[in-house]
Write a protein that binds this ligand. Structure first.
Ligand code: PNS
Length: 160
């Protein structure tokens, strides 16, 4: 059987413990997992793409089959270019489902040969998002247990 390469795309501004939970699950079932960091976000990111990549590399060192990469433009063009067979996405709650379904079906229309696979993070992370982490950090709250210690440090430095 051909080794399966999965891409886990996202903004990762910044990577949270929920993302890490999903990366760990993906690393167990796919031969290679490429975490694809979208460089140009619609909104000005808190962390530049290079910083988001650095943090991801730091916190995913324990998984030898996980790589971090940056992409621009259409996800399906990037996935085709990487020769990936799978897009991995996380679903935390029903509220994620509608948006994820729409994106998965549109991506399938663009490239029918690549499958989107959904995984659920541990329920302890079901309320966690990068947006809330950024907001809490900016307002001086604690993000301990929400992000890895290395990211917590970077957040502190960024908002101080
Ligand atoms: O972490 P996010 O912000 O939920 O990730 C969203 C992401 C990066 C997966 C999505 O916005 C994306 O794939 N963007 C690339 C542009 C693209 O392909 N758009 C068409 C999607 S159907």
């Amino acid at each position: 059987m051909k080794p399966i390469l999965a891409i886990y795309p996202g903004s990762f501004d910044p990577v949270t413990n929920g993302h890490l939970d999903l990366i760990g699950r993906g690393a167990k079932i796919f031969d290679r997992l490429v975490v694809g960091v979208l460089r140009n976000l619609d909104k000005e990111p808190l962390f530049a793409a290079g910083e988001r990549v650095e943090m991801l590399r730091e916190v995913t060192r324990q998984w030898p089959n996980v790589e971090i990469d940056v992409f621009d433009g259409l996800l399906m063009d990037y996935a085709r270019q990487k020769k990936a067979q799978v897009i991995l996405r996380g679903i935390r709650a029903i509220s994620d489902y509608e948006y994820e379904l729409q994106m998965a079906l549109m991506n399938r229309k663009l490239e029918p040969n690549i499958e989107t696979v959904f995984m659920m993070p541990a329920e302890a992370f079901s309320y966690l998002s990068s947006r809330l982490v950024r907001e809490i950090a900016k307002l001086g709250g604690s993000v301990k247990d929400l992000v890895p210690p290395a990211v917590e440090e970077r957040l502190r430095a960024k908002v101080s």
